[in-house]
Design a protein around this ligand. Structure first.
Ligand code: ZN
Length: 188
C-alpha cells in the first residue's frame, strides 16, 4: 500500500485572511484548488514548469545515490516515496535545531517554523530560506499537488498545502526520511 500526504480538512477558515506578502502563494493555492475542479490547466503555471527544469547544483548518478543513502532515504528522495504517517522519526519532535536535506546537507527547515499538523508527518509553515526548496506540480493523484524538493540536489521532500497556520497558512508536509536533524547545541 502506498501512503500519501493528503489534503488535511481545513478547520481554521483562514483562506480569506489578509496577508499581502503571501498573496502570490495564496493565489497559487487557489489555482491548485481550481485546477482540481478543472483538470489540465497546465497553462496557468508556466513559471513553475520552467523552474523544475533547472539543473541542480548537486547531481549524482542513480547508482551513486543508492550507495550513499539508506534504502528509506533513497526511496523518498530519489523515487518520491511517501513514508507511513506517525511511523517516522520527526513527526512529533519539538527539540530546538535545524532540519537538513539527507541527500546534500542543505539546511531546509527550522524547529521555529515546525508545528504539529496532526497528519503524522513533520509539518512546517515555512522553510528556513525561500530559495532552499523548489516546487513543481505533482499529478500522481487524481488532483494536482505541489511537490517540494531540495533546491540544491533535487531530492524529493514532500508536498506543500495551503491549510497551514498563520502567518503563511502553508503546510509543508515533509517526509522524515528526507531530513537529518541537527540539534541547536550541536551546530557549528
Ligand atoms: Zn539536497
Amino acid at each position: 500500500m502506498r501512503f500519501s500526504c493528503l489534503f488535511r480538512p481545513s478547520s481554521n477558515g483562514n483562506e480569506g485572511a489578509d496577508v499581502p506578502i503571501k498573496r502570490r502563494t495564496l493565489l497559487k493555492g487557489l489555482i491548485i484548488l481550481g485546477a482540481s475542479l478543472v483538470p489540465r490547466v497546465f497553462g496557468l503555471m508556466p513559471a513553475r514548469a520552467a523552474e523544475a527544469k533547472r539543473p541542480f547544483e548537486v547531481t549524482k548518478t542513480d547508482e551513486e545515490w543508492q550507495k550513499m543513502l539508506t534504502p528509506e532515504q533513497y526511496r523518498v528522495l530519489r523515487q518520491e516515496w511517501t513514508e507511513p504517517p506517525f511511523q517516522n522519526k520527526y513527526h512529533d519532535q519539538k527539540e530546538k535545531g535545524t532540519y537538513h536535506c539527507a541527500g546534500c546537507g542543505l539546511g531546509l527547515f527550522s524547529w521555529r517554523q515546525k508545528y504539529d499538523s496532526g497528519t503524522g508527518w513533520p509539518g512546517f509553515w515555512q522553510p528556513m530560506f525561500s530559495d532552499a526548496i523548489g516546487t513543481r506540480t505533482d499529478w500522481k493523484m487524481l488532483y494536482p499537488r505541489t511537490e517540494v524538493h531540495c533546491a540544491r540536489c533535487g531530492g524529493h521532500l514532500g508536498h506543500v498545502f495551503n491549510d497551514g497556520p498563520a502567518p503563511t497558512y502553508l503546510r509543508y508536509c515533509i517526509n522524515s526520511a528526507a531530513l537529518i536533524f541537527k540539534p541547536s547545541s550541536a551546530r557549528e
